[in-house]
Design a binder for this molecule. Structure first.
Ligand code: 13P
Ligand code: SF4
Length: 299
């Protein structure tokens, strides 16, 4: 099947973009593997006719918004991120009425409709930089409370109001599980994703996006690490660092939606060109603005 996928990619001038949380088999056949920011940048400058996005729906949608003329296919259209829906549009309106100079900062893990109501998008690897660069004092950070809290701590000069959304996978990791792991491996630093709860971030040695965690582990001279994020990153960590050890909290954080990107579903969408992502032109034009602003400010 892998050979067939490579053949179809050439024939159709297609590229496969895969997030680090997708299964190893989806990372193996990908042309580009990365975190949300990297993949958005790649999607924006792609010259392929077809983009197969192995991720969840907000990623395929963002690729389509940035590339209206390309065919964007998703191996599984039901792969969705629950956090992407965790804001009430009415609340955004209320905040806008309350603060005259409000900037709505929208984590890229959000629906296209929510992006339409936002001033700028961010990802976990550029949120601090972008919020700092905004001229606005008052910020409404949607939808993730944990990334929002982390950014608020790092940018104390802003008044950051935080929406109460969260990633169910990262929020389920407990401090107890992390401390148990630390007890077993006292010299292993804790590398954590900012979608985790703040009491976990407090005991971590390094906080970063998936790509930043992978990069940190590769550059570090230490030989073992506690990895506090979704377990799809294990594939790249082990591939690049066969001599190092990586421990995940128990139960292992696993995003079922990301894992829907199987080899057979990739093959099928590439062959039959099914599961195309559609975004209405009205929504696309409004949602493109905060995404373009992110690409500009995040450079
Ligand atoms: P990053 O890709 O920015 O690390 O975010 C993780 C995530 O949850 C994507 O769904
Ligand atoms: Fe959404 Fe969490 Fe899955 Fe990322 S890991 S796609 S934030 S549910």
């Amino acid at each position: 099947m892998k050979e067939q996928i490579q053949k179809l990619k050439k024939e159709k001038n297609a590229v496969i973009l895969t997030h680090y949380y997708a299964p190893a088999e989806a990372q193996e056949v990908a042309d580009y593997v990365g975190d949300s920011f990297y993949l958005a940048k790649i999607a924006k400058k792609s010259t392929a006719d077809i983009i197969v996005f192995c991720g969840v729906s907000f990623m395929g949608e963002s690729a389509k918004i940035l590339n209206p003329d390309k065919k964007v296919l998703m191996p599984e259209l039901t792969a969705d991120c629950p956090m992407a829906h965790m804001v009430s549009p009415g609340l955004i309106q209320k905040m806008r009425e309350k603060y005259e100079d409000l900037a709505v900062v929208c984590y890229i893990n959000s629906t296209a409709e929510l992006k339409c109501q936002s001033d700028v998008c961010v990802t976990s690897s550029n949120a601090i930089k972008i919020v700092r660069a905004l001229p606005n004092k008052n910020i409404f950070f949607i939808p993730d409370r944990n990334l929002g809290r982390y950014v608020a701590e790092q940018v104390p000069e802003k008044n950051i109001i935080i929406n109460n959304g969260y990633c169910p996978i990262h929020a389920a990791i407990t401090k107890r599980a992390l401390l148990e792991l630390k007890d077993k491996h006292p010299s292993a630093p804790i590398l954590i994703h900012p979608e985790c709860e703040s009491e976990l971030l407090e005991i971590a040695d390094y906080i970063g996006s998936t790509a930043e965690i992978i990069d940190y582990a590769a550059k570090s001279e230490q030989s073992e690490f506690i990895i506090c994020t979704e377990d799809g990153v294990e594939y790249k960590l082990e591939k690049d660092n066969p001599e190092k050890k990586f421990y995940f909290p128990s139960p292992r954080p696993c995003c079922g939606d990301m894992k829907l990107n199987t080899l057979s579903s990739i093959y099928s969408v590439l062959k039959y060109e099914t599961n195309e992502v559609h975004v209405s032109e009205d929504v696309r034009l409004k949602a493109q603005r905060p995404l373009d602003r992110m690409l500009e400010l995040g450079r």
